[in-house]
Ligand binder design. Structure first.
Ligand code: FPP
Ligand code: MG
Length: 325
């Protein structure tokens, strides 16, 4: 997380505490497990999920010390899923550094993902709260389903907006939503408040992935921390491409699908298609839609009494559409 960023910078003490807790649970009797864990977790990352969890805990009136330790669950699961995702994507760079699979190979990266995921579950068990644990296991099952759906749609140029929404809700939004719901569970809020927290997290998560997919076409690697134009090369049909394809006649769509799906596309072809998506992908509209998800998320929090923490959450949710990395 960039401490110079005003929205995140104001939470610097909280972020320091989260980082201390993250480091604490990384220990292992096997040196390589610790080394990969430190590389994966301590080298960067916005800590968005733990922050959302702690702010939701506070907004709901849960002020216990263990909220810091429990917040790391969401970063561990996130990190584990990225370790696995980088293997699936053959990614070489993550958070401006070589990815774990790039340094230590696929086998070690997958196993480190398993280690961090297990750490997360072990921490959740220590909460003694079964509903908390169940939310997490349901969430990771949904994330895996999302990844499988994405896999099934790889290079499928007929992917619809609805299918895209289903994928991003499952793979990204459910974990952010779980961070909100689990905070509510600890605070023992009622069913109505839990439903609001769930929706708040889902809306933020959808906006988050919209921005990730938009930045993949518009950002630069030095800022984004990972190569841009990656989605197209991985055969991922995301919203900017779906929008652009809708503007083409079916024959042209088929030609492009054949060219890119067969692996025959040249560098020039990639440049041309990226340009087309920038021109016709309705990128401004995606930004506006992301902002409207964030607005809906912020409005739903009106159900909770006004507090600094509620305002911080609204501010953090708006940061999603302002971020450039
Ligand atoms: C990154 O998306 C990946 C995810 C949001 C989810 C990955 C989920 C799994 C691998 C399944 C669950 C696994 C565990 C261990 C719980 P992206 O590829 O769009 O983003 P990127 O451009 O940063 O790679
Ligand atoms: Mg990926």
């Amino acid at each position: 997380m960039n401490p110079e960023d005003p929205v995140l910078g104001k939470h610097a003490p909280l972020l320091r505490r989260i980082n201390e807790e993250l480091e604490r649970a990384l220990s292992s009797r096997v040196g390589l497990v610790e080394e990969m864990g430190s590389h994966t977790l301590l080298g960067g990352g916005k800590r968005f999920r733990p922050l959302v969890f702690i702010l939701c805990c506070r907004m709901c009136g849960y002020q216990e010390e263990d909220s810091y330790r429990l917040s790391t669950i969401f970063e561990y699961i996130h990190a584990a899923s990225l370790l696995h995702d980088d293997v699936l994507d053959n990614a070489e760079v993550r958070r401006k550094r070589p990815s774990a699979n790039n340094i230590w190979g696929n086998h070690a990266a997958v196993l480190e993902g398993d280690f961090l995921f297990t750490k997360a579950l072990s921490l959740a068990v220590s909460s003694g709260n079964l509903a908390f644990l169940k939310t997490l296991t349901d969430t990771t099952a949904r994330m895996t389903e999302g990844q499988i759906l994405e896999l099934m749609r790889t290079n499928d140029w007929s992917t619809t907006r609805e299918q895209y929404m289903e994928i991003i809700t499952a793979k990204t939004a459910t974990l952010i939503s779980a961070a909100c719901v689990c905070a509510g569970l600890l605070a023992q809020v009622d069913e109505g408040a839990l439903a609001v927290l769930e929706r708040f997290g889902l809306d933020m998560g959808i906006a988050f992935q919209y921005m990730d997919d938009l930045l993949d076409y518009t950002s630069r690697q030095e800022i984004f921390g990972k190569p841009v134009g990656k989605d197209l090369r991985e055969g991922k049909v995301t919203l900017p491409l779906i929008n652009a394809l809708e503007t083409l006649d079916p024959r042209e769509r088929e030609r492009l699908a054949g060219l890119f799906g067969s692996g025959r596309a040249s560098e020039e072809d990639y440049r041309t298609l990226t340009e087309l998506v920038r021109e016709r992908g309705a990128l401004d509209q995606i930004l506006r839609e992301a902002a409207s998800f964030v607005n809906r998320a912020a409005a739903s929090l009106q159900r909770f009494p006004d507090s600094y923490h509620r305002r911080d959450l609204v501010e953090l949710s708006r940061y999603i559409v302002e971020r450039r990395y």
